[in-house]
Design a protein around this ligand. Structure first.
Ligand code: DGP
Length: 138
């Protein structure tokens, strides 16, 4: 597996940094974003390190999209959101802050007036733990 020892998401894959895990399979990992734009904000990553979309392998991208569908279905079931957006940033100019390819799943709340470049406000740990239990990915 391609790993970058300095990458925070590779450390999450390796288990050396904790996360609120939602789902894992051979190629992908899904967990709650630690700075949620809205409750249930999730990230889906390939286990193989690649910094962005263009550098990613086709089979990793296919696996990430399949996991994204699976996790989004679980979020819809658990949270009944008003809708959800997928977001995927490439490069600092697009506000990418972690250089390991990732897909955001952002549940929407009616009237949230969410801007897609949100500020990084730490989430409440107890609320994140409770949310990870609520979203059951099958
Ligand atoms: P982006 O700006 O598109 O690169 O999004 C990176 C996201 O990753 C950002 O919303 C915050 C989240 N994040 C950064 N570090 C960690 C971490 O250690 N754990 C978790 N769960 N999320 C993280």
């Amino acid at each position: 597996m391609a790993q970058d020892p300095n990458c925070i998401f590779c450390k999450i894959v390796a288990g050396t940094i904790p996360c609120f895990k939602l789902y894992e399979d051979a190629k992908t990992l899904a967990f709650l974003d630690i700075n949620p734009a809205n409750p249930g904000h999730a990230l889906v990553i390939p286990k193989n390190h690649a910094p962005n979309l263009v550098a990613s392998a086709d089979d990793d991208l296919a696996a990430v999209l399949a996991t994204t569908r699976r996790v989004a279905a679980a979020i819809e079931h658990a949270l009944k959101p008003y809708g959800f957006n997928l977001l995927q940033a490439n490069g600092p100019g697009a506000a990418q802050s972690v250089m390991h390819f990732h897909m955001h799943i952002i549940p929407r709340v009616q009237g949230d007036d969410l801007k897609m470049n949100w500020g990084l406000k730490p989430g409440d740990k107890a609320a994140l733990a409770e949310m990870a239990k609520r979203i059951k990915v099958v």
